[in-house]
Design a protein around this ligand. Structure first.
Ligand code: CA
Length: 555
C-alpha cells in the first residue's frame, strides 16, 4: 500500500488509536483501510441519479482507496459473504466478486436441514456438494450454516419420526396393476400397462417397455430407458391414471427398484399441473440390484396423480408397487427424546463428516432464544418447516449438538449464533450466560456469532457493549450475517439518497471499528456480510432497502 493511501485513511474521519499521518506498520493501518474500502463500496457506488447533471468543469476528484485491491487482503480476520446457489453457479460477475473480495462464504440455504433432507428422510446433497466444490475450487473457504435451527427444517419428516406409523388396510393398487402384471392393448407408452401411462415432453427422450425377463415379482415389471433427460423433471414421466389419494391422509408407498448408472428419479404425488404447492416427492437412487423403497407421506391434496418423474439418464426398473393407508400414533416423551437425540446426532455427524475436509467452522446451534424476555425456543406446535428440537430434548439439545459436532470433527470451530444481540441487552445477556454455562460444563463450543441485521439508527454504544460482552466469554466472536438497512422511507423502487448512504457507511464503519476495538485479535472469527448485491438481499423489498456493499449492478 502506498503512502498516499495513508493520507486517505486519515482523511476519512476520526482515526483509530493506532493510526497517524505517518506510515504505520501494516497491521495497524489495515482496519482503517478496510473501513475506507467499505465506505467507498457503500458510498461511491450508489449515487442517486442527478436530475440535471451540471456541465463541466467538474469538482476535483475525491481521493478514494484503490478498490482494485481485494477487500479480504486488507483485514487480519476473515471477511465473509453469504451466497446463493444461483448466483455462485450461474453469474460470472457474482463469482468474480466472491472470489476477489472474500475469504469465506456462508450458504444462505443449501446446507440447511430442509435443503438436504427430503421426504422420507432421503438425503440430497447435490446442490450443497456442487456449491462446496465451486467455492473451494475458487480458493474460498466455506462456513457451515447451519446444523440445528428451528426453521428451514424438513418439519414433516422430523414430526413423523416422533410418531409410530403403521400401515393398515388393503393394498390400494392391488386391483390397479401396481405389479405391472397386466399389459395394455399396445406397446406405446400410453397403453403399455393397463392403468398407467408414460409420456415424454420438451427435449426428454425415453423408451417404455415391459420387463418380462427378470421382474422382481410375477411376470412383468416396468422398464424405462431415459436416453435424454428433459429440462424439467416431468419431461419424462410415468403416472397412474386410476388411484387418487385423499387430502390429509397418510400413506405408505412401497416399491422395488433397480437401475443402470447412478441417476436418481422421484416418486411423486402432484396436482395435474406439476410445480404447484400440492406436491409430495421422494428422491430415489437405485442400485444395480433390486431393493425396496418405503415412502410414508401425507397426501397434500385430493385429486392428484401418483407416479414417477425421471430427470436423469439411465435405465430404471420398477415393480411391486403397493400403497396402504397408515395410522399415526404419537410416541411417549421418553421414546421421542431417544428418537430425536439419535436423529439429531445422525444429522449433525452426517453433515460434519461429509464436509470435514472443506468446512472448518459451523453454526452448530442457531437462534436458540426467543425475543422480548428471552427463553429457549420450544414447543410441540410446529408446522411447515418449523421444528423445535427442544420439544423432546429440552435445553440439553444445545450441549448435545456441540458434543456431536465435536465427535465428528476434532478441530472445527463450533459456533452458537443468534440475532438482535445489539438490540436487546436481555437477549445478549442470555446468549453470554449460555455460552459461559456451556464452556464451564466442558461443552466444546469455540465461538459466538452475532448476526447483526441492523439499520442506520441502531445504537453505537449498544454495539460496543455487545462486542465487549461477547468477547468477555473468551470465545471467538463472529459478526455472522451483517447487513445495514438504508432506504428512502421504505418506498420501493427508489434510489438511496446521499444522507442514507452516508449513515449506512458510518454504521458499517462503526461495526468494524467496534469489532477491532473490543474483540482481541485472537478471538476474531471474522465478519460476514449477508449477501453480495442489494437486490439479492432478503431485505431488498423491490428496491426499498439497499443493505449491502454492492448494488444490483455490482458497483
Ligand atoms: Ca411384477
Amino acid at each position: 500500500m502506498s503512502a498516499s493511501t495513508t493520507s486517505t485513511e486519515v482523511s476519512l474521519g476520526e482515526p483509530l488509536g493506532s493510526v497517524t499521518g505517518k506510515p504505520a506498520a501494516r497491521k495497524s493501518r489495515l482496519p482503517v483501510w478496510l473501513l475506507a474500502a467499505t465506505l467507498c463500496l457503500v458510498a461511491c457506488k450508489k449515487e442517486a441519479p442527478a436530475p440535471a447533471p451540471p456541465p463541466p468543469p467538474q469538482p476535483p476528484p475525491v481521493t478514494q482507496p484503490d478498490l482494485t485491491t481485494p477487500l479480504k487482503a486488507e483485514a487480519d480476520f476473515p471477511i465473509g459473504v453469504a451466497i446463493s446457489y444461483a448466483g455462485m453457479m450461474n453469474d460470472a460477475r457474482y463469482q468474480d466478486v466472491v472470489k476477489r473480495d472474500f475469504d469465506a462464504v456462508t450458504f444462505e440455504y443449501n446446507m440447511k436441514h430442509g435443503a438436504i433432507v427430503g421426504a422420507g428422510g432421503m438425503l440430497d446433497f447435490s446442490q450443497a456438494d456442487a456449491l462446496v466444490d465451486k467455492v473451494t475450487a475458487a480458493g474460498v473457504a466455506v462456513f457451515g450454516h447451519t446444523l440445528v435451527w428451528y426453521q428451514n427444517n424438513n418439519g414433516d419428516y422430523l414430526r413423523s419420526l416422533a410418531t409410530t406409523s403403521a400401515a393398515s388396510g388393503p393394498d390400494l393398487l392391488a386391483e390397479l396393476n401396481g405389479n405391472f402384471e397386466n399389459s395394455g392393448s399396445g406397446t406405446t407408452p400410453a397403453t403399455l400397462f393397463q392403468g398407467w401411462f408414460g409420456s415424454t415432453g420438451g427435449s426428454g427422450a425415453a423408451t417404455f417397455e415391459k420387463e418380462a425377463g427378470s421382474p422382481q415379482q410375477g411376470s412383468g415389471a416396468l422398464k424405462i430407458s431415459v436416453t435424454t433427460p428433459g429440462a424439467n423433471p416431468w419431461d419424462v414421466q410415468f403416472l397412474n391414471g386410476d388411484w387418487k389419494p385423499t387430502a390429509g391422509k397418510t400413506y405408505q408407498v412401497k416399491f422395488w427398484v433397480k437401475s443402470t448408472g447412478s441417476g436418481s428419479f422421484r416418486a411423486i404425488n402432484q396436482t395435474p399441473n406439476a410445480g404447484s404447492p400440492n406436491f409430495a416427492q421422494l428422491t430415489v437412487t437405485p442400485t444395480a440390484t433390486w431393493s425396496e423403497v418405503v415412502w410414508n407421506y401425507t397426501a397434500p391434496a385430493a385429486a392428484i396423480q401418483f407416479g414417477f418423474h425421471f430427470p436423469a439418464a439411465g435405465t430404471f426398473w420398477i415393480d411391486g408397487i403397493t400403497i396402504r393407508e397408515t395410522t399415526q400414533t404419537p410416541v411417549s416423551n421418553t421414546a421421542g427424546a431417544q428418537k430425536m437425540d439419535a436423529v439429531m446426532k445422525d444429522w449433525i455427524q452426517t453433515m460434519v463428516n461429509r464436509y470435514k475436509s472443506k468446512v472448518r467452522a459451523w453454526d452448530v446451534v442457531n437462534e436458540p432464544f426467543t425475543d422480548g424476555t428471552p427463553v429457549l425456543r420450544n414447543g410441540s406446535n410446529s408446522t411447515g418447516d418449523t421444528y423445535y428440537w427442544a420439544q423432546f430434548l429440552g435445553r440439553g439439545y444445545i450441549a448435545k449438538a456441540f458434543r456431536y459436532a465435536r465427535e465428528a470433527d476434532a478441530t472445527a470451530d463450533l459456533y452458537l449464533n443468534d440475532y438482535n444481540l445489539e438490540y436487546s441487552t436481555a437477549k445478549l445477556d442470555s446468549i453470554v450466560a449460555l455460552a459461559n454455562e456451556l464452556k464451564a460444563a466442558g461443552v466444546p463450543i469455540t465461538g459466538v456469532g452475532t448476526q447483526m441485521h441492523i439499520s442506520t439508527t441502531d445504537s453505537y454504544s449498544n454495539i460496543d457493549q455487545m462486542m465487549r460482552k461477547l468477547a468477555s466469554t473468551g470465545l471467538k466472536v463472529r459478526v455472522s450475517e451483517l447487513d445495514v438497512k438504508a432506504g428512502n422511507g421504505g418506498a420501493a423502487g427508489t434510489s438511496p439518497n446521499a444522507a442514507a448512504l452516508a449513515s449506512q457507511a458510518a454504521m458499517y464503519k462503526h461495526v468494524v471499528s467496534s469489532y477491532l476495538k473490543n474483540v482481541p485479535a485472537a478471538q476474531r472469527g471474522g465478519i460476514t456480510v449477508w449477501g453480495v448485491t442489494d437486490n439479492s438481499s432478503w431485505l431488498y423489498n423491490n428496491g426499498a432497502q439497499f443493505p449491502l456493499l454492492y448494488d444490483k449492478d455490482y458497483n
